[in-house]
Design a protein around this ligand. Structure first.
Ligand code: CA
Length: 216
């Protein structure tokens, strides 16, 4: 069952959306302000977000980067005369918008359309003008394909999927090379060096005496 997060501060609207989504067979989560929304975005597995723009704490625009970073599809809920909101929202990565007040049927139709599109979307991770296509096993820097060996790709994928977190040499060795013992961590260092060179990036940071971390 697809899980949809409703971030909307007006309770009657939130409840009405929740009711209609439940009837349409979706699971729902609700947040009544931006801060609560952000917490759910960071801690729950969500398939799509309905995002109001005018919200207490953090507004919709402030939430959009955190949502698109996680590749969660998002539909903006805007006021009737909110043309500027729509344009700005779409520019910031929203997938669609719905104008309030809206018909439940229209909302459901748009949700289904966005979910269909996102299911087909290519799984990718981006940082520093580098694009990693996970299913195709391809990497591009500034739009140019970079040839990586299988191990180099796997190493990069692990760092990218755990962006911001320190990965120890032992962990990387174990996951990429399938080694259970603690020798040969030099292998990791050598591959990291090659990755940095091939990708021409300084975002793969050495964490002294521990391992490596990919920075955004
Ligand atoms: Ca509002």
């Amino acid at each position: 069952m697809k899980k949809i997060l409703i971030i909307e501060d007006e309770e009657p609207i939130r409840e009405l959306i929740k009711l209609n989504l439940t009837l349409a067979g979706f699971e729902t989560l609700e947040a009544c302000d931006g801060k609560e929304g952000l917490e759910l975005i960071n801690n729950e597995k969500i398939d799509l977000i309905l995002l109001d723009i005018m919200l207490p704490q953090l507004d919709g625009y402030e939430l959009l980067p955190s949502i698109t970073e996680k590749n969660i599809p998002v539909i903006i809920l805007t006021a009737k005369d909110g043309l500027k909101d729509k344009v700005k929202g779409l520019g910031l990565g929203a997938d669609d918008y719905v104008t309030k007040p809206f018909e439940a049927m229209e909302l459901i139709a748009r949700i289904k359309a966005v979910l269909r599109r996102s299911d087909k979307k290519i799984r990718e991770i981006r940082f520093d003008n580098i694009q990693i296509l996970l299913d195709q096993h391809k990497v591009f820097k500034d739009g140019q394909e970079v040839e990586l060996t299988f191990k180099e790709f796997e190493l990069l994928r692990l760092l990218a999927e755990n962006k911001g977190m320190v990965m120890s040499r032992e962990k990387l060795l174990q996951l990429v090379w399938d080694y259970e013992y603690e020798g040969n961590t030099r292998t990791v260092d050598v591959h990291i060096k090659r990755l940095r060179k091939k990708l021409n990036t300084d975002k793969i940071k050495t964490v002294y005496k521990v391992g490596y971390r990919l920075e955004d």
